[in-house]
Design a protein around this ligand. Structure first.
Ligand code: RB5
Length: 148
């Protein structure tokens, strides 16, 4: 699995935590920044990273901003992306098993680094269950294919 990671200025510390976790898990990843203290715009990081997942260059992505909300909204504008904003471990497991989410977003101003690592570890190892959940995702994909 190849994972892309990125943040805006509001998520740089948790982004470093996630990079450390991926190193520990031996998962291949590329860090697309920002390594910044000055203000940047989250769509400038969410959109190109989401496109890299949508076009198959990466299997999944993790995006961090202050709340995780902006990254999630922007990433979900890219066709084929199922980005999930997650701040608890139950949802981390559920969104992999039920939604086959391909992008995880979190907010550094919402949760601490320990919980963010735990959520990311669960999400990275979670398996999509298919079955009725695949039918539901199929309906979203069909909508994307016919309305955009
Ligand atoms: C930046 O101040 C902040 O708006 C951003 O990190 C994010 O929380 C947006 O949703």
């Amino acid at each position: 699995m190849r994972v892309a990671i990125a943040s805006d200025h509001g998520g740089v510390n948790i982004l470093k935590e996630i990079a450390g976790l991926l190193d520990e898990l031996g998962i291949e990843y590329v860090d697309f920044g920002c390594d910044c203290t000055t203000s940047v715009d989250y769509p400038d990081y969410a959109l190109p990273t989401a496109e890299k997942v949508a076009n198959g260059e990466f299997d999944r992505a993790i995006l961090i901003c202050g709340t995780g909300i902006g990254m999630c909204i922007a990433a979900n504008k890219v066709k084929g992306i199922r980005a999930a904003l997650v701040h608890d471990t139950f949802s981390a497991k559920a969104t992999r098993e039920h939604n086959d989410s391909n992008i995880l977003t979190m907010g550094e101003r919402v949760i601490g680094p320990g919980l963010a690592r735990e959520i990311a570890a669960i999400w990275l190892t979670g398996e999509f269950q298919g079955g009725r959940h695949a039918n539901r995702i199929g309906k979203i994909t069909e909508y994307e294919n016919t309305h955009q």
